[in-house]
Write a protein that binds this ligand. Structure first.
Ligand SMILES: *Cc1c(COP(=O)(O)O)cnc(C)c1O
Length: 368
């Protein structure tokens, strides 16, 4: 139960052991188009999402690299490890990044974003993380997106760990580039990045002064290829066909449950887990009301490091969870409850192990 990769449904895993098929030809083109359409439903977009071999970071690289030229200005919302990572990646592409920081687990005040945009008309875009996997916090995407759109800027969203678990509503929020990956809320093994691009973002890529350099991660090339080869070979590279079929199976299960029901089930389970943790006197990293449906980050009791706690819980419950990320890595324990792992029997077993570990330490359940 680390925050991805997760365990996957046996029917999804079974797809991985099927015989190979070619990554071109009418049959594959139809499969691929079907997966793109399913993905579009989950992401809330009418546009055709791109998916290709790589992990989530590749899509973030693609977004900054394809949209912007060195020296251009963007704002990055930084309230966790993955927000900081967005800044790091943007700077690696020569962008001039203005970070807007809030404490990990705390939302950025909307007024701060509004003021920063008003003060900097030359800022071209805002990049933010939806589910901040380091703190277990769900950033209020619709609220922040509305401010970015009102100011007429591009919006880039890292939805690597939220897609499939919470509504991302890419079109309704006006997201210009949305990035996710197969291995978290989408419920399939790692290996596929998903990038959804708005018409405004394509226009921005076409309006660049200098052409996009490089080849594999040039989004415009992917689009041109996809448009000319439709119905035969979706892309110019070999696809990890089995992962695409595993993703197809998972998406089929997600959509047959129904998106609203799935989001609601994850949120309810996460709330119940958090209530159980708080009843044990434990403190959560995400501010109240901002806890996410996919990940919960717990502050470690004094004197207990995250790696020791994790090892102890693995030994007593058979469940593997994760330490934190960044400077407080050893003071935070992170539990993923995504997809096939979002089951109360597992969270209940973990809660029970946590309770026993606290009792074993102090003779009381008080952890503060
Ligand atoms: C997991 C994660 C990533 C990294 O994705 P990779 O697939 O490991 O490259 C990026 N952002 C967030 C919010 C994540 O949870």
């Amino acid at each position: 139960m680390i925050p991805g990769p997760t365990d996957y449904h046996p029917a999804v895993l079974a797809e991985m052991s099927r015989p190979m098929v070619s990554h071109y030809g009418a049959e594959w083109a139809a499969t691929f188009a079907f997966v793109q359409a399913q993905l579009g439903q989950v992401l809330g977009t009418e546009s055709e999402p791109f998916l290709y071999a790589g992990s989530g970071h590749l899509g973030i690289d693609a977004a900054f690299h394809s949209l912007f030229e060195p020296g251009e200005r963007i704002i990055v919302v930084e309230n966790g490890h993955f927000g900081q990572r967005l800044s790091q990646i943007a700077r690696s592409h020569g962008l001039d990044v203005t970070p807007l920081a809030a404490r990990w687990g705390e939302p950025l005040p909307p007024a701060a974003l509004r003021a920063a945009l008003a003060a900097s008309p030359d800022v071209r875009a805002v990049a933010l993380v939806h589910l901040e996997t380091s703190s277990g916090m769900l950033n209020p995407l619709p609220t922040l997106a509305a401010i970015v759109k009102e100011a007429g800027r591009l919006l880039i969203v890292d939805a690597v760990s939220s897609a499939g678990l919470a509504p991302v509503d890419a079109d309704a929020c006006g997201v210009d580039v949305l990035i996710t990956a197969s291995q978290k809320g989408l419920g399939a093994p790692p290996g596929l990045v998903v990038v959804s691009v708005s018409e405004a973002a394509w226009a921005a890529m076409r309006a660049r002064h200098s052409p996009i350099t490089g080849w594999y991660n040039n989004l415009l090339l992917w689009r041109e290829y996809a448009e000319t080869q439709r119905g035969y070979q979706p892309y110019f590279i070999t696809m990890p066909v089995n992962i695409v079929r595993a993703l197809q199976k998972s998406l089929e299960m997600i959509l047959s449950e129904g998106l609203a029901a799935r989001f609601e089930r994850h949120a309810a389970l996460a709330n119940r887990f958090r209530a159980g943790l708080e009843a044990l006197g434990l403190e959560l990293v995400a501010a109240r009301g901002y806890g996410s449906p996919g990940v919960t980050a717990i502050r470690c009791p004094p004197g207990l490091s995250a790696s020791r706690w994790r090892d102890e819980l693995l030994a007593t419950t058979g469940i593997l969870v994760a330490p934190g990320l960044g400077p407080e890595a050893e003071r935070v324990l992170r539990v993923g409850h995504m997809g096939y792992n979002a089951r109360w029997e597992l969270l209940d077993r973990l809660l029970d192990g946590i309770e026993r570990s606290l009792r074993g330490r102090s003779g009381s359940s008080g952890a503060k």
